[in-house]
Structures are given as structure tokens and as C-alpha cells.
Design a protein around this ligand. Structure first.
Ligand SMILES: Cc1ncc(COP(=O)(O)O)c(C=O)c1O
Length: 369
């Protein structure tokens, strides 16, 4: 099998997620609706699969990634899991540097996907230390491939080309125009990429980055305090984040995010991670400003399975100002995956059996999903 064929097979397992429409009430208020891409349904259970596959694919195309070369990345977890799984599926050794305080599930999963994991303590520099050590190893390893997710515009491009257009098509199918998109910022690839795709189609759409109120890196420019929303707000503003392209940053308390993620699982059966709870609350806050009928969308970046050993699985104390306890989730509807994106009309092998037939002029569609 060629690398291109392997990549094509993986593309079927990554992205093109359903769009969830979630109905809820705040106290006795009117029924409202928010939209979220179900990114927990990706190959390894997170949105980072999109970025990993796109960066590796472009690496082959540019010649920067040679088949069999070692992939070295610094990550707070989901990216490591994605590069481990996708990298191994494509036949690469993978080395992941990550801070040692990330959840036990993240570490175990990276190892289970056959990657080598190097844990970096706070004394060794934590997150920034992980990036430095990854760069140092790559410098002394011939042919090594460094995705550099925090500085790599291909991370953003993954969402410009997939997440954004999918969201637009799914909303369009319901006759809806997005009023705002919100997303927690880890590398910022999601907010910048989806944001650009949405603004291209609807220049007036509002774009809000989300950060933990307990550790507001984006607002301050550096690491302050501690928080439990793994995957967002690392220790610096990533170079691919352009705050001047975005509207105001929305802050969410990590305890509130935990309470909201717990409610999404307990009331709707949506087993999502802590950043998804934060994104939901931030989307709600933006909708408060725009009006109850505004179309506000976000992402559920990962599933709750990576948090079994964390506070997500324990009773979380309610504090004054928490909003999640006032939210009653009344229903969820899932909107279909987008077939225009999952099937490449020029490539019959990308289609499910029976969807396309060969014609005299090439390939023609016989049915729509
Ligand atoms: C759980 C979770 N939520 C949100 C994000 C943020 O996504 P991005 O890096 O595209 O900003 C990440 C990134 O790793 C994540 O792991």
C-alpha cells in the first residue's frame, strides 16, 4: 500500500463529524439552542486527529516527511495521542514530550499506540521545556519530522479546509447562518481555522476564544495560576493565534466547565471532556449578548474517557457565579455528516460501495447520503 493510499484510508476515519443541536433552558427561561461539532467521534476521540493527519499529509507532499522518519512532538496530550495513532498507522516511530502532570489516561493511550513518551517535570520546564526538548532531539536526529503544532500554519489550515466548511454546510442545510463561533485555545488552530472559513463566507460572524478564568493566558500573555481544563491555555500565546482577528476572549471557571461537561453526559448522554463544558458555557455567554435566537456554534473537542482519573468523575463543588447548575439540557439532535466533503468525486475509491458508478466521462454520483 502506498503512503497516499494509507492517508486516504485514514481520512475516512478523521473529521466530517456530525453537528449536534443542543436545546436547553437557563432557570425558567425560554428554550434556546447551541450547535457543537461532535469532535469526540474522531479516530482517537479528539479534534486533534484532523490537524495530525493534515500536517503529515502535507509533510509527504512537500517532501519534509520521509516515509519511516521519526515524528517528534511536544503536546499536552490529545495531539500526542493523535500523532501516535496516525503516525503509527502510517509506519512512523513517534516520540512525544509532555508535561508529567497530564491525566494518566493520556499517557497510557500514547504508550498504547506504540509511541515513546518522555515526561517533563515542572523543574525541567513543563510545557515550554517539552517544546525545547523536542527541538533538541530533532536537531540531533537525522530526517526527524517536527510538526510544531503551536507554530505551524498547517494546523490552522486543517480547520480552514475541513471543520469550517463542514460546519457551514451543516448549518446551511438547515437554512442557518452562523452568528458566532467560540472555541477554547490550545494551539489556536481550531478558532483561527474555523474562524477564517466562517468569516470568508459570512464576514460579520463573531469569533471568540475561550480561556480558563483561573488561568487567563490569552488575556495576560503568560502563564498565571492553575486550571483543570486540559488541552487549552498552556503557558504562552501560540504564534498561530492572531488576537486582532478575534473578538473578546471569554473566560470560564474550570469548576463550572466540569459541572457543564458532567451535565452533558448525565442529561443527554454526550460523554465529552472538560473543554467541551467550557466551550458550551462560553457559547451560552455569547448567545446571551447576541440574543436567544442567535446561531452560536462551538466544538466538543474530545470525549470524557481521557478524564476517568480526574475531577470530571467526582462531585464538583458549586461556587457562586457558576452557571452550569442553572442549565437544564432538554434535548439533542444530531445533523448528518457532510457527504460533499467525505467523498472526493474525482476519486472513486474514496466512496462507499454503490455511491458512485464509473461513467464514460469519469465518475458520476448515483446517490446522496
Ligand atoms: C481537549 C482539548 N480541547 C481543546 C483544544 C484546543 O484546540 P486547539 O489546539 O485547536 O486550539 C485541545 C487541543 O489540544 C484539546 O486537547
Amino acid at each position: 500500500m502506498t503512503q497516499a493510499e494509507r492517508v486516504r484510508g485514514l481520512r475516512v476515519l478523521v473529521g466530517n463529524t456530525p453537528l449536534l443541536a443542543i436545546d436547553f433552558q437557563v432557570d425558567d427561561g425560554p428554550t434556546r439552542r447551541l450547535f457543537a461539532k461532535a469532535e469526540h467521534l474522531n479516530l482517537t476521540g479528539s479534534i486533534k486527529d484532523r490537524m495530525a493527519l493534515h500536517v503529515l499529509r502535507r509533510g509527504y507532499e512537500s517532501g519534509a516527511l520521509i516515509p519511516g522518519a521519526v515524528i517528534i512532538e511536544a503536546t499536552s496530550g490529545n495531539t500526542g495521542i493523535s500523532f501516535a495513532a496516525v503516525g503509527r498507522a502510517l509506519g512512523h516511530p513517534v516520540v512525544i514530550y509532555m508535561p508529567d502532570w497530564m491525566s494518566a489516561e493520556r499517557k497510557a493511550l500514547i504508550r498504547s499506540f506504540g509511541a515513546e513518551i518522555r515526561l517533563v517535570s515542572k523543574e525541567e520546564g513543563g510545557f515550554l521545556g517539552s517544546i525545547r526538548l523536542a527541538e533538541e532531539l530533532a536537531a540531533r536526529t537525522p530526517g526527524a519530522f517536527l510538526p510544531r503544532q503551536f507554530a505551524n500554519e498547517l494546523n490552522t489550515e486543517a480547520h480552514v479546509l475541513t471543520t469550517g466548511p463542514e460546519l457551514l454546510a451543516q448549518l446551511r442545510a438547515m437554512g442557518l447562518v452562523p452568528g458566532a463561533f467560540v472555541a477554547g485555545v490550545g494551539t489556536g488552530g481550531t478558532i483561527m481555522g474555523v474562524g477564517r472559513a466562517l468569516r470568508h463566507a459570512h464576514p460579520g460572524v463573531r469569533l471568540h476564544a475561550v480561556e480558563p478564568a483561573n488561568s487567563p493566558t490569552l488575556s495576560t500573555g503568560h502563564k498565571v495560576g492553575k486550571h483543570r481544563i486540559q488541552g487549552i491555555s498552556d503557558e504562552f500565546i501560540p504564534p498561530i493565534v492572531y488576537l486582532d482577528e478575534l473578538d473578546r476572549v471569554v473566560a470560564v471557571d474550570d469548576g463550572d466547565a466540569i459541572l457543564m461537561a458532567q451535565r452533558l453526559a448525565a442529561q443527554l448522554g454526550l460523554g465529552v471532556g472538560i473543554s467541551s463544558g467550557a466551550n458550551f458555557l462560553a457559547a451560552m455567554a455569547v448567545q446571551d449578548e447576541l440574543g436567544a435566537g442567535a446561531v452560536v456554534a462551538t466544538v466538543f473537542a474530545d470525549s470524557n474517557k481521557k478524564y476517568l482519573s480526574t475531577d470530571l468523575m467526582h462531585e464538583e463543588p458549586v461556587k457562586p457565579g457558576h452557571r452550569a447548575p442553572h442549565v437544564t439540557l432538554t434535548g439533542v439532535r444530531a445533523f448528518n455528516r457532510v457527504c460533499e466533503i467525505c467523498v472526493d468525486p474525482n476519486d472513486p475509491t474514496s466512496a462507499p460501495a454503490g455511491l458512485f458508478t464509473a461513467t464514460r466521462h469519469g465518475v458520476g454520483a448515483t446517490a446522496r447520503g
